[in-house]
Design a protein around this ligand. Structure first.
Ligand code: ZN
Length: 339
């Protein structure tokens, strides 16, 4: 059976959620922890410079399953990588310079698929990275879900899909689990939450990896990646809105070593988008909070010395949103998926 999740099918979603909840929503409560990790764990990582569809990125090495991570919780499958080189003997600064030199000639914030009118119209408006494959069915994104997720986790996934489906022009279809490569397969992970960016076709072999710590808000964030959104705090214009403490990386390096400092630096780097016109949104589901959530010793250390990853320009901390989508989250995606 295929489940359709779209605006017109509220009843189906409610019936489905009721069905899923009958068995376990009240017995598996320990799996729904509101204030736990959102994204992939910070680790000491080696980087590769990779040509992904004509643009060069710094990717952290894969976990042995073919997926490289990018900006913390965004995944790229090796089949999307045209070429790459290991960077074990390069400093992060050198990698950054190398990436900049390789990307010379690519218009900053430039996409590679300007023949795709949807891509153009979308990316001109907001913070969408790789956009969508115009060859795929309009406004429909297909998933399959590993049936071994607990009922309460499956309910969380359907609630997160419903968050997008009820508020935007996107519909979802959930197929029986078969790891078909034309679907985004939602699979179990031991830690963290992560997802490929953009719909398969742009990002072949889509996957979303969810551990038991991924709550509804985390999964809603990962679906944002699945439909093409980047992190709000990595938008090119973010420097007008956020202050990253000048001593952040040196403090982390002194305490934990250069590898973790480089990882944090990579995860806070500004991203590539075609244009950056929509208002900045501190409360976007795609914005991180001021304190790292995926590395408890780092979080404890930074909180202990009162050194956040970033603050608003006023010095006020950014709080991780714990509710669904904002007006601009919806606007961005509806620009990407016009009715
Ligand atoms: Zn993310």
């Amino acid at each position: 059976m295929i489940f359709f999740i779209r605006k017109q099918t509220d009843k189906l979603v409610i019936v489905l959620l009721t069905f899923l909840c009958l068995n376990s929503c009240y017995t598996d409560k320990e799996l729904v922890i509101e204030d736990q990790n959102t994204d992939a764990p910070l680790q000491e990582e080696n980087y590769v410079i990779a040509n992904v569809k004509g643009i060069f990125y710094t990717l952290a090495k894969d976990e042995g399953d073919g997926y490289y991570s990018y900006n913390d919780d965004m995944l790229v499958h090796q089949d999307n990588i045209v070429s790459m080189e290991a960077t074990t003997d390069m400093s992060f600064e050198d990698i950054t310079k190398e990436i900049d030199s390789l990307n010379v000639g690519i218009k900053k914030f430039g996409g590679t698929n300007k023949a795709d009118t949807r891509y153009n119209s979308v990316i001109e408006q907001g913070a969408v990275l790789w956009g969508l494959d115009s060859a795929t069915k309009k406004n429909t994104v297909d998933f399959s879900i590993d049936p071994s997720f607990s009922n309460s986790q499956q309910a969380n996934i359907y609630t997160a899909l419903s968050n997008w489906a009820q508020n935007t022009n996107i519909s979802f279809r959930v197929f029986p689990y078969n790891q078909n490569t034309s679907l985004i397969n939602i699979v179990k992970a031991s830690t963290g939450c992560s997802c490929t960016v953009g719909y398969p076709g742009y990002n072949k072999l889509g996957t979303m990896k969810l551990s038991t710590t991924c709550d509804v808000q985390s999964i809603t964030h990962e679906i944002g990646h699945a439909v093409g959104l980047i992190h709000e705090h990595q938008r090119p214009k973010r420097d007008q809105y956020l202050t990253i403490p000048s001593n952040l990386y040196s403090k982390i390096k002194a305490q934990f070593g250069s590898s973790l400092a480089n990882t944090v630096k990579a995860n806070l780097a500004k991203d590539l988008v075609y244009s950056d016109q929509l208002p900045y949104d501190y409360t976007s589901v795609m914005h991180y909070g001021s304190w790292p959530r995926n590395h408890q010793p780092l979080r404890d250390y930074l909180m202990g010395i009162n050194l956040p990853l970033f603050t608003k320009k006023t010095g006020v901390e950014v709080t991780r949103p714990t509710y669904g989508l904002t007006f601009d989250d919806i606007k961005k995606v509806n620009l990407a998926y016009p009715d």
